[in-house]
Design a binder for this molecule. Sequence first.
Ligand code: PEP
Ligand code: MG
Length: 881
Amino acid sequence: MGKKWVYFFANGQAEGNAQMKDILGGKGANLAEMTNAGVPVPPGFTISTEVCKFYYDNNRTYPEDLKEQVEAAMKKLEEVTGKGFGDPKKPLLVSVRSGAAISMPGMMDTILNLGLNDETVKGLVEMTNNERFAYDSYRRFLQMFGDTALGIPHADFENALAEMKAQKGVKLDTELDAEDLKKLVETYKEIYKKHGKEFPQDVYKQLWAAIEAVIWSWMSDRAIKYREIHGIKEGQLLGTAVNIVAMVFGNMGDDSGTGVCFTRDPNTGEKVYYGEFLPNAQGEDVVAGIRTPYPLEKMKEMIPQAYDELIAIMDRLEAYFKDMQDIEFTVEKGKLYILQTRSAKRTSQAAIRIAVDMVHEGLIDKKTAVLRVQPSDIERVLHPKFDEKERKNAKVIAKGLPASPGAATGKVYFDAHKAEEAAKAGEKVLLVRPETSPEDVGGMNAAEGILTARGGMTSHAAVVARGLGKPAVVGAESIYVNEEEGYLKVGDVVVKEGEWLSIDGTTGEVFLGKITTVKPQGLEGPVAELLSWADEFRKLGVRANADVPRDAKVAREFGAEGIGLCRTEHMFFEKDRIPKVRRMIVARTKEEREAALAELLPLQKEDFKGLFREMKGYPVTIRLIDPPLHEFLPQEEEQMAEVAQQIGITVEELKKVVEQLHELNPMLGHRGVRLLVTYPEIAVMQTKAIILAAIELKKEEGIEVVPEIMIPLVGHINELKYVKQIIIETADALIKEHGVELKYLVGTMIEVPRAAVTADQIAQEADFFSFGTNDLTQMTFGFSRDDVGKFLPEYLEKGILEHDPFKHIDTQGVGQLVKSATEKGKEVKSTLKCGVCGEHGGDPKSIEFFATTKLDYVSASPYRIPVARLAAAQASIKYRS
Ligand code: PEP
Ligand code: MG
């Protein structure tokens, strides 16, 4: 026997199982698994993803023995169903659907009712005794097959359908009778001819065309785009599987129907049965949002027995897969069939709540819960909300379904491509569509939020927005969207392209105009609980980059275990300080400078006291002044006069200083430790402020602090030695003078490649290292961190770099410097504490890399602390347990 390409499942027995996602795709593996578990799944078979791979690897041809295997499986399917494929009396009809190892909702094509032709349709009439249903199925098949397999525009069929309804003076599809549908079938065939195509009456021709269509769709623009957006790399998946399953019919009367259900509420995560049900309908009616479905409970009234069975199966499937399931089902004349189950997409809020609840229910353990929630979920629950006052005053113009939570405000665009362009140009964009389709995914991703006029909670717009974590309101039916002319209308309100609109994806409200969005503060409930578990597994410390007590407070609330970076110069920019800082800069003599510094000293001391107090004994790393001095002086002519007057010199004098301070490459210029070498009095003042703050807190409030004094931009050990000496002399003298015991550390940033390379030397003089990966990236690549916008986008587009190295650490270059410098440093001094305080410290992807090194902690901006805690825990579980 050659290779096995086809996996059969029927009547409680399947050749595959849930572990075989790689070759059966998610859908196929779960169908097999459910069959094995005795769940009522219609019989069928899966053509493995290896066929798709073979197809693209071999010049778009199939394995030789595939035909034989497919035909054998069809024969078996005929046996178990007691029907015949192409049999005019008892026709077997099948669905043909795609399914890769990772679910890509709506990305690939599905064909239903395959096997119908002019003869078998009569058999279906006979079998079901329902002529209307048979011809409805036939015309649906013609439409789907024509569109999906032969590329005939969907709209042509839709127009013919609309025309037919108009002729009859009816509104709903269901109001068309069998005769109308028969005529429609003929019209549809004419449409095929118009496009130079022939509808194949041969059912095997239909089948192969459908298989080919599914395999083609793997390489469709929208599937490629989806993989790109979701970071699915080429070669990571083999391809799509093709699932061929015996059809069951939800449109056989009022004891039939179809629906989608979730074992929990995918929006809130609440443990309730949740879903939608549409009586007397086929699945695509629900997904396409053509008819608005009922809530699931309605099924209880309509088909109680099938409802009870469904509930029991929901419980079973969730317990079996130990995760919330998204289940597609159909009831055919009272009999329930499960068509699909998969791990359900959920909002971030739901993801966290479900993970936590499932631990409490004993379904999963804490480690699984911590691994199951994405760092981005944590980020999203700190979702923007509307400013309450502005929201109260805003006009609600419509209400739709709250499909994906969070508040969004933006300029409206009615075309996904235009929206994408506008967002690229830096605009805040709100995408408004009648309904969305997979082609719109790019625009949806670029938009702040999404609004649709049609569709339910399981429509494409809702599912995709939730997956992207974008606020969305769907099915706001009172809104009329005119995409061609670029406006929406609701009542007598008209909003044109480019005008502002706001949506609340948590309530479903649509507001006229722009509303300021604000981030929610604080962590509580399930998020706090999950993060407390994360902390149990976390081996990487998480500190905050915080400059003022206010930031330190937020950081503590978010769970920071200290401050990894206080950029002292940020305090200098405060309104009451800047004149004093400027006086210090324009000082002509050392005495003048010292006088100005003396005025700054008490202010800095109070700042540091505030920070230390807020951090309650946690370590606080304070970095001495870093930026070039010209940053503190005005550059614009207009401000010169005012500033000159403020600091008591003439405009000419000020201009001269500004000129003197001018540098061609300020980022490589007179900054960091170089400033401290040339103006040691600045180091003296800042050291005094830090040490005095610690002494006073200890004496006055009994708070013990071990200040960590940090020197920026060191590249040579002698720079460090020189400044360290000044710090130690100043600090020790003060400590002696006050007669207290106070420990303090002196360390350095590692942000110049030379420092990383000579880390063993530098470690001899340093108590700690903190990697400034912003500068380290800048200096390792030689990319100005302020100007990368000019070329980096093209670098990314052309694939020269995989990602922006200022966002995710460059693991092969900059990352290696961090790794080796940490190792070298710790070899010389085992107590050397090492952390990262560049922006990468709050980036989950970078944190994952840092966990593979010997670093002790990462330091991130306060709002990223929760994300960093989770990412660090996940990385620790993966690499350090
Ligand atoms: C760094 O360079 O990574 C750093 C933290 O310092 P700054 O961003 O202030 O230059
Ligand atoms: Mg720096």
